[in-house]
Design a protein around this ligand. Structure first.
Ligand SMILES: Cc1ncc(COP(=O)(O)O)c(C=O)c1O
Length: 400
């Protein structure tokens, strides 16, 4: 009893913080799915159109991929039961790494448990407290955390601005033995694409290691979804390409692809590789099958882009502001977080599941609904979604 009282007083600040999140419309109410991923979901017991998932190509519940995972589990069981460097490296992991390297057109690749882990592994392995990281100001949280873990000095440059990168490198580069330039490939909140060709030119001028995190470009950009390096034709020129197997691949996992020296170094010094268990058997098997699907045809990637172009054009015609997206990520800019939350609730009442994003995920005053378009959507699905957006948008006076 005494200890309960002590605990509650020690932790009371959390109640205050949570209340403040609720008062400011920033509290995450987490919904529960009871169906597989797809164009439609059962969420909190209701069948709704899915505009939320990163299931760009509809692979998360693809029959061939599910079947591959099932068959492999019959042969290998489910878990790796060890970290990669002790007894967790199965021939399946090596197959996946070879296949990913071939798919991305690089010499080597190494997998991790997630894209987040990949960033926590690679950044501290390449730079330390004597060094500097030049980081796009809107880089993903996992890049920020990986950068902080490295202990390197973090110098931010203006979003997607090679001239500003040049300025900060010019001012600071000579003070540090090693420098690393890091950018998201596709920025997940706005759907814009980093000008990687220009960033590469600047990074080369200052002998900086270049890393791109292609989490939202993998399976989306480039020929047949080969990613941002393929999109810009920069094969062999980007030192580190981080990717995730949790979005377009429809599974879970992360990958670092690129220079074989970097990959070999990560096998020795990548802490999530050394100290956290390997990817599970069904995940690896599903990723291998996802690669089969991607390598056989560009059909799903093409459909994804057709759907995205159609949806965005119609949203603009309705009068919505979809920001600066150049990819299937479609932000619907609303301004204040409470409006975005209300919009999302009303969409849900109209049978559409599209989440509101507010601070700290996006800057204050830039709250939005983020629509994630997928190849799994039919034209009819997109039309139903557009009708719901029009109804709710007019009801809340966002459009006329
Ligand atoms: C740029 C970026 N990097 C990394 C991640 C994390 O990927 P994962 O879900 O595989 O951990 C995300 C996911 O939101 C992302 O957008």
């Amino acid at each position: 009893m005494t200890s309960e009282i002590q605990t509650s007083s020690k932790l009371r600040w959390i109640e205050t913080e949570l209340q403040s999140l609720k008062d400011n419309g920033l509290y995450n109410r987490i919904r529960t799915l009871s169906s597989p991923q797809g164009a439609w979901l059962v969420v909190d017991g209701k069948r709704v159109l899915n505009f939320c998932s990163n299931n760009y190509l509809g692979l998360a519940n693809h029959p061939r991929i599910v079947q591959a995972a099932r068959e492999t589990v019959e042969r290998y069981g489910v878990g790796p039961a060890a970290v990669r460097s002790i007894a967790g490296t199965m021939d399946l992991h090596l197959q996946l790494e070879q296949r990913l390297a071939t798919f991305k057109g690089v010499d080597s690749a190494i997998t991790f448990q997630s894209g987040f882990s990949a960033n926590l592994a690679v950044i501290p392995a390449l730079v330390g407290k004597e060094d500097a990281i030049f980081s796009d100001e809107l880089n993903h949280a996992s890049i920020i955390d990986g950068s902080r873990l490295s202990g390197a000095k973090i110098i931010r440059y203006a979003h997607c601005d090679p001239a500003d990168l040049q300025r900060v490198l010019q001012e600071n580069r000579s003070a540090f033995p090693r420098a690393m330039v890091i950018t998201d490939g596709v920025f997940s909140m706005d759907g814009d694409i980093a000008p990687l060709d220009k960033i590469l030119e600047v990074a080369q001028q200052y002998e900086a290691i270049l890393m791109v995190d292609d989490a939202h470009g993998e399976g989306v950009l480039g020929k047949g979804g080969r990613g941002i390096v393929d999109h810009f034709g920069l094969h062999g020129r980007v030192d580190v390409e981080v990717g995730t197997l949790s979005k377009a691949f429809g599974v879970v996992g992360g990958v670092v692809a690129g220079n074989p020296l970097v990959v070999e170094w990560l096998r020795q010094r990548g802490r999530p590789f050394l100290f956290s268990s390997a990817m599970t058997v069904p995940d690896v098997a599903a990723c291998l099958a996802a690669l089969d699907v991607l390598e056989e045809s560009t059909e799903l990637v093409d459909r994804l882009w057709d759907n995205a172009r159609y949806f965005k054009a119609e949203m603009l015609r309705l009068g919505f502001d979809t920001g600066k997206s150049a990819t299937p990520i479609t932000p619907v800019m609303l301004g204040e977080a409470p409006l975005a939350q209300q919009f999302s609730r009303e969409l849900f009442n109209n049978g559409v599941f599209a989440m509101a994003l507010g601070f700290p995920t996006v800057p204050r005053g830039k709250a939005r609904i983020r629509v994630m378009i997928s190849a799994a959507h039919s034209k009819d699905d997109l039309d139903q979604g557009l009708q719901a957006f029009a109804r709710v948008g007019r009801g809340l006076s966002v459009i006329s």
